[in-house]
Ligand binder design. Structure first.
Ligand SMILES: [Zn+2]
Length: 436
């Protein structure tokens, strides 16, 4: 039976039927002989990290895929801060923030351009206008992570239960910063919302008055005149991945949020960079994973490429990316399938529709388990529809990690208590019986 798991996540792989692809999804339309071979020799199903129909962001989906409940999720802002190596205190609130081009109409601000282009020199000048702020005993500091993007860290008596102001879609007015309904009478949540709003108003005023923006306007470029915020977070202690599942974990990914999440869960992380050749990137990550399997029991290999192609709203581009990834997987396939100790799990974190306005969508994604002992079925293609008739059926949420423990012969029979904690894996790290 397998002793190690390699979990390959093709981010945002799931999609919808596209007229330009003859009514097929990009994955169905793509030529994927390697993924199809894995499906043909594996156990197949569909997966959704939460409830069907509910779109999840990558970080929430991954949190569940690693076996954690959403109620313990610390928020993307906190994870980005972790991933970027920022020092956030246990009670600090971390919020994603980036500079955008806004249009003022009366007292309202509209999102004109969510991701305007600016040089690094311009970015420095812009950020200097709002780097630090203090009000009502709360200090606010903007930490740049890349270009016009960063994380706000709020210190003082603050809570992360506040709304976003980024409307996500260009042309829409910014949404107000409010405490969540459940916390509307909590003084710290009320104060956090009020301080953040006042900071954003001041940032907008300072940016509006900037010579740099007048100069940009003269050149026909949009004024970069506001900060938009979203997804506040705060530390919530959780059991490490190793304590929770008894597995030594490694993540190989390129995105800051995955570095933040996996280090938050106590996994080791290997940071890699994306190039314009996603297939080659994937082949190298898989080779690295294989070389690491003697040290780790669980290796997460991630590629963001299908998600990014889908966000460009180009089904053909997503199809091409999927074909490149399939070729990349093909480079290492032979050694993967000949490893009798390996359980290979291939799936995605969510669907990202390459048409329409939705950022992510709520359909399930394909899932394949490949390795000794998995139940073989009649599925012959790796896609969003074929998996529905497979042996795994529909897998939801934390069941994925349960199935992995089960596939590794590490799932604990209900009722066994070999340690004082009712952990999900077996054998536990129990204290040995002594005659003394
Ligand atoms: Zn994702």
């Amino acid at each position: 039976m397998p002793r190690k798991c390699l979990m390959l996540i093709l981010d945002g792989l799931g999609d919808r039927s596209c007229p330009e692809l003859g009514g097929r999804t990009p994955l169905q339309a793509a030529r994927t002989p390697v993924l199809d071979e894995i499906a043909a020799k594996g156990a197949n199903g569909l997966f959704h990290p939460g409830s069907l129909g509910r779109p999840l962001p990558s970080e929430n989906a991954h949190f569940t895929m690693f076996g954690y409940e959403q109620s313990d999720f610390p928020g993307r802002g906190y994870l980005e801060a972790q991933g970027a190596g920022l020092k956030a205190g246990a009670s600090d609130v971390c919020i994603l923030a980036h500079l955008a081009a806004l249009i003022r109409k009366g007292e309202l601000l509209y999102l004109k351009e969510d991701r305007p282009q600016a040089s690094s020199v311009e970015a420095d000048v812009l950020i200097e206008q709002f780097r630090e702020y203090q009000k009502s005993g709360v200090s606010v500091r903007f930490h740049q992570t890349k270009g016009l993007f960063g994380v706000l860290i709020l210190s003082g008596e603050v809570l992360p239960f506040i709304t976003d102001c980024n409307p996500m879609v260009e042309g829409r007015p910014l949404s107000d910063i409010l405490p969540w309904s459940k916390y509307r009478d909590h003084p710290d949540a009320v104060k956090t919302a009020a301080v953040l709003k006042s900071y954003l108003v001041q940032a907008h005023q300072h940016l509006e008055d900037l010579d740099l923006n007048r100069e940009r306007e003269r050149k026909g470029l949009p004024r970069i005149n506001g900060l938009v915020t979203q997804r506040a977070g705060q530390l919530r202690p959780v059991l490490s991945f190793r304590e929770k599942f008894g597995l030594r974990g490694l993540s190989i990914a390129s995105g800051t949020v995955y570095h933040g999440l996996c280090s938050f869960l106590g996994m080791d992380i290997h940071k890699v960079k994306d190039t314009d050749q996603p297939g080659l990137d994937l082949a190298q990550r898989l080779q690295l994973a294989q070389a690491s399997l003697h040290e780790y029991d669980f290796v997460h290999v991630h590629t963001k490429a299908p998600d990014e192609a889908a966000h460009r709203k180009d089904p053909q581009a997503k199809k091409r990316v999927i074909e490149a990834l399939d070729a990349g997987l093909g480079c290492v396939m032979e050694t993967l399938v000949n490893d009798p100790e390996l359980l290979l799990v291939v799936t995605a974190d969510h669907s990202t529709p390459s048409s329409g306005v939705m950022i992510h969508s709520g359909e399930s994604v394909p899932l394949t388990f490949y390795g000794p002992g998995v139940r073989l079925d009649r599925v012959r293609a790796f896609d969003e529809v074929s998996g529905a008739t497979g042996a795994l059926s529909l897998v939801r949420g934390t069941e994925l990690m349960d199935l992995i423990l089960n596939g590794l012969d590490r799932a604990k029979l209900e009722g066994i208590m070999d340690t004082p904690d009712d952990q999900s894996f077996w054998p536990g790290n129990y204290r040995v019986f002594s005659l003394k």
